[in-house]
Design a protein around this ligand. Structure first.
Ligand SMILES: [Zn+2]
Length: 235
């Protein structure tokens, strides 16, 4: 369960590829379409701030998920059935945006859309997440840790909703961690580097790939990660 297109690949791409390679069905819930994210300068930069960007990011996500081994019937948008609480009209949750508090730690944006994920009541978001869990009945729900990986408000909100919904439905929950540690099952998945790289390249409006590094639209570089941990939280 992720907040924006590209998170599935950056944070958990190798894990998804590994699960798919083991024949385990993986479903992906994405909360927003990353509307607030910057656009890589170049031919796609005309899309910044337009509805066309939304569609482009949906298209990019479809490509990346497919590359990682997630079938088109296993991709879901928060707010759209079956990821919508009973009796509620479908809705779109928009990207809440972020600002950098310091390198590596994000905080709330100055200007937050009324339809943003963080403006929605947690109960509504949780009901939507619970609805898709009820529908799919997975063995395990995976989402961010309580810091959202790097503090993005949408990631934190997805952690809260995914954990609460998993507990409500009675499904095991594990958070993604990026350092080995106590209580963490650590996966070293270098063999999926090529698949993760191919999936990353699908997110061309958000990032570019330079060898074994991701270059974000704002210029920040990070190594492509193929090692990831899962830490189970109690029900
Ligand atoms: Zn994100």
């Amino acid at each position: 369960m992720h907040a924006h297109p590209d998170d599935e690949t950056i944070a958990t791409g190798a894990l998804i590829a590994e699960l798919a390679a083991r024949g385990i069905r993986v479903s992906l819930l994405t909360a927003t379409r990353g509307e607030q994210g910057e656009v890589v300068s170049g031919p796609l930069s005309v899309l910044e701030g337009t509805d066309a960007l939304t569609h482009e990011r949906e298209r990019e996500l479809a490509g990346a998920a497919s590359a990682l081994g997630i079938g088109s019937a296993d991709r879901f948008w928060l707010g759209m059935p079956p990821a919508r609480g009973a009796g509620l009209s479908p809705r779109v949750y928009r990207d809440s945006g972020m600002t950098w508090i310091r390198p590596g730690l994000a905080g709330p944006a100055d200007d937050i859309d009324d339809d943003a994920l963080v403006r929605a009541p947690l109960g509504e978001v949780t009901a939507d997440v619970a609805a898709v869990i009820e529908e799919l009945r997975p063995a395990l729900v995976i989402s961010y840790d309580n810091g959202g990986g790097y503090g993005h408000p949408d990631h934190v909100r997805m952690h809260e909703a995914a954990l609460a919904a998993s507990r409500a439905v009675g499904v095991a929950f594990a958070e993604v961690v990026h350092q080995p540690g106590a209580g963490t099952e650590w996966f070293t998945l270098d063999r999926h580097l090529a698949v993760v790289t191919a999936a990353l390249r699908c997110h061309a409006s958000q990032l570019t790939v330079d060898g074994t590094h991701i270059v974000h639209s704002g210029g920040q570089r990070e190594p492509i990660s193929t090692a990831v941990g899962l830490r189970a939280l109690s029900r």
